[in-house]
Design a protein around this ligand. Structure first.
Ligand code: COA
Length: 238
């Protein structure tokens, strides 16, 4: 069971999935009451339950570990009105937590355009939720497998987090269909809904998706490195 696996093993697994330009941090939240490292980060959690406060605090700690790996000094990461962490200038990142296990990734905005991470338990997705999450193109491969259904659920959450800071789009789960390549632990895009902006659809086709099962968790990552073609996209939007 993953609950018995040390965060350091998870960190090693996470690092092996990521391009070198991305920093990462993994930590298990404790069950003791923790203090906010930066008070301005936690004002919205004054009345939150202990588990949520601790996940938030640990997620922020992971984010600062990830930022340190790309040369950033420690700083507050408050949230914006949409619930997104406000990353230091010229950086980007993503945070996830599930049942106390927390992960974060961060990169320089000079090197990365999209970046999302997600962590899910593999034994919690109901058959009903699976129907809501899976595109018909995916359903054939997944069948009754809760683990594969959870993998696709997680990958779509990672995708949502990667695109949201740029586009603010709110795609449905069935707007994206992914193909699982279990031999390489990658996913590729089979289909993306036509109602999404054309530049986002184009970027989505070029995004990398990686995953790793560990115990009863699945971790997924989604990113797109900044290349000249993407710079053209940005210029088109300006
Ligand atoms: C926002 C969302 C992606 C969070 O995922 P989750 O699995 O519930 O929770 P996680 O622990 O993995 O991630 C939570 C973290 O994501 C970040 N986050 C919150 N809203 C976000 C957003 N709109 N975009 C990017 N990141 C967001 C925050 O850092 C948050 O942690 P924090 O509050 O401690 O800072 C999810 O709740 C959601 O709204 N999904 C929309 C539906 C969807 O994914 N559709 C698939 C489209 S293909």
């Amino acid at each position: 069971m993953l609950d018995l696996i040390q965060s350091s093993e998870f960190q090693t697994a996470l690092q092996s999935l990521l391009p070198a330009a991305v920093g990462c941090g993994v930590q298990q939240a404790t069950s003791e009451a923790e203090s906010f490292e930066y008070q301005e980060e936690g004002s919205h959690l004054a009345n939150a339950v202990l588990a949520r406060r601790n996940e938030f605090i640990t997620g922020r700690r992971c984010a600062r570990m990830a930022l340190a790996q790309i040369g950033q000094v420690s700083c507050a990461l408050p949230k914006d009105a949409d619930g997104l962490p406000i990353w230091p200038a010229a950086t980007m990142g993503s945070i996830t937590h599930s049942r106390g296990l927390c992960c974060a990734v961060a990169a320089s905005a000079d090197e990365m355009m999209y970046l999302g991470v997600d962590l899910e338990k593999t034994n919690r997705l109901s058959a009903r939720a699976m129907k809501r999450v899976l595109h018909p193109l995916e359903a054939v491969t997944v069948g009754e497998s809760q683990a594969l259904g959870s993998l696709l659920f997680s990958a779509k959450e990672a995708y949502y987090k990667a695109q949201f800071p740029i586009w603010g789009a709110q795609p449905n789960f069935k707007d994206l269909a992914l193909q699982i390549h279990s031999n390489t632990q990658q996913l590729t895009v089979l289909k993306i809904a036509q109602n999404l902006p054309v530049q986002l659809r184009d970027a989505t086709q070029r995004m990398k998706f990686r995953y790793q099962f560990m115990g009863d968790y699945v971790l997924t990552l989604c990113w797109l490195e900044l290349r000249p073609k993407v710079l053209h996209d940005l210029n088109d939007r300006a």
